[in-house]
Design a protein around this ligand. Sequence first.
Ligand SMILES: [Zn+2]
Length: 216
Amino acid sequence: MPELAVLAEVTAAEAQLDDKRIELDTLVGDLRRELRQAEAEVEQVRTRRERDEQRLNSGAITNPKDLTNLEHEMQALQRRIGTLEDAELEVMDQVETQQAALDAVLQELETMRAKVADVTAARDAAFAQLDGQSGELTAERARLAADLPDDLVALYEKVRAQYGSGAAALKARGCEGCRLELNGSDLRVIAAAADDEVIRCPECSRILVRTAESGL
Ligand SMILES: [Zn+2]
């Protein structure tokens, strides 16, 4: 059934996309956490610099050496803020890039899920059709079996239980069931048998059905 191959294909594609989604989801989560940490770090240094500025502006520090030290510290903190902000921007950029990739995968995943649903529906419809055909064939078989002698039907069922099929055509001097060619003497016996006589394959015991193509 072609629907089954297509279904296997789209299901595999869906699973692959879902793996990608999980991977990107994790990555974006990690990057957002990293971004929050970077923001907190910038905030921490900024607060410290503001505190220094307040101390400087308060006039409480009068010692020139202390004042110089404080100014140096403030300059160092300002440089640190610049470095941290650069890092924060870089993480922010990565978050945007990976979030965009995640959005694209989510879109693809949605499309693929719709496809899986469509193919599943097509498969179910094909199955329903087969069930219908199977029902018709079963009814047809029951009609045909009713017209046949009981012992022939019993023999057919017995061979079928053993070999999977109860009867085979005799075609071009060979049994279509076991695919073996019958020898000359067997063929002569079969050719001489009455039309309503039940012939069986000497190799596999299936009921042999004689046709115009039997080669007798
Ligand atoms: Zn045979």
